[in-house]
Design a protein around this ligand. Structure first.
Ligand code: OGA
Ligand code: MN
Length: 292
């Protein structure tokens, strides 16, 4: 029997009683979507996926993202191109070298972000599956952007509701001082515009659309823009809006990037392996093409 139990006062729930190794039928897809629309984060433990089963599950949930926002020049470690490698592992499954460019780039996941907000059509759901977990650290934190919007003073809501931001991987990496992009990567990661406030299609609620990928607000001076984005991010990531997921092997966590942010927490990545694999659904179009 399927059961849904809240994990946090404002969002996030655990679903039990499903085995997703068999792709879900339309009825189960609807139950997952309904739970997602309400809770935005769904943890489903003990899913003994292999890559093939994880891909099949993701395809049943909706259209997949077709490009990976990663820096390349190395062979992809995983057998499926559509699967994002969230690990500290090199192509041969050994721990990455300390000075590896990919390791530096991946540290960007420690900043609060929404997946693929730097793509013209950003991500809808991310579905991350834990294969190998370090003995301590390496949690993932999630923040509820609908609750954060609701809690803003009216004057701030009025100030921000029609703003448009530019997002790029180059901006988020610059925050940590990473700028080792090739000319091709600079072209691929050209900034894209996104609304700062969006209406969540699944619930009709409004949501802040924040991300570390934001580098400016249209029509604003950059320092003024970034000071506001920082204020909003601090507001939106206060503890009352945050759920921390402590991973166990075989956990599947699905989050809605349209109305949440997330960040990775540190662990001893020189010593322990952490192997997580992500499938990502694409949203219906650019946020500016969606109703506000
Ligand atoms: C991701 C991500 C955070 C983590 O998979 O998109 O940001 O804790 N992961 O690995
Ligand atoms: Mn992410």
């Amino acid at each position: 029997m399927i059961k849904i139990t809240p994990l946090h006062p404002v969002f996030a729930a655990e679903m039990t009683g499903v085995d997703l190794r068999t792709p879900p039928d339309a009825d189960l897809v609807r139950q997952i979507d309904d739970a997602m629309n309400q809770y935005a984060i769904l943890a489903i433990r003990e899913q003994l996926f292999d890559d093939h089963q994880q891909v099949a599950f993701a395809k049943a949930m909706g259209p997949l993202e077709r490009t990976r926002g990663v820096i390349d020049g190395h062979k992809h470690r995983l057998q499926y191109d559509e699967m994002i490698d969230i690990s500290n592992l090199d192509t041969d499954d050994s721990i990455m070298r300390a000075d590896d460019r990919r390791r530096m780039f991946n540290l960007g996941n420690h900043l609060w972000h929404s997946d693929s907000s730097f793509k013209p059509t950003p991500a809808k759901y991310s579905m991350l599956h834990a294969r190998v977990i370090p003995p301590e650290g390496g949690e993932t934190e999630f923040a509820d952007m609908r609750a954060a919007w609701d809690a803003l003073p009216e004057a701030t809501q009025a100030l921000v509701e029609n703003l448009v931001c530019d997002h790029s991987l180059i901006y988020s990496r610059a925050m940590l001082g990473f700028d080792a992009f090739t000319p091709e990567e600079r072209t691929a990661f050209e900034p894209v515009p996104q609304r700062l406030v969006r209406r969540h299609a699944g619930s009709g609620r409004r949501s802040l659309y924040l991300s570390a990928h934001i580098g400016t607000i249209h029509g604003w001076q950059r320092p003024e823009a970034m000071a506001l984005i920082r204020e909003l991010t601090e507001h939106a990531t206060q503890r009352q809006f945050v759920y921390r997921h402590i991973w166990q092997p075989h956990d599947l966590v699905i989050w809605d990037n349209r109305c949440t942010m997330h960040r990775a927490r540190p662990f001893d990545d020189r010593r322990y392996k952490r192997d997580m694999r992500r499938m990502t659904l694409e949203d219906v179009g650019p946020t500016l093409a969606q109703p506000a």
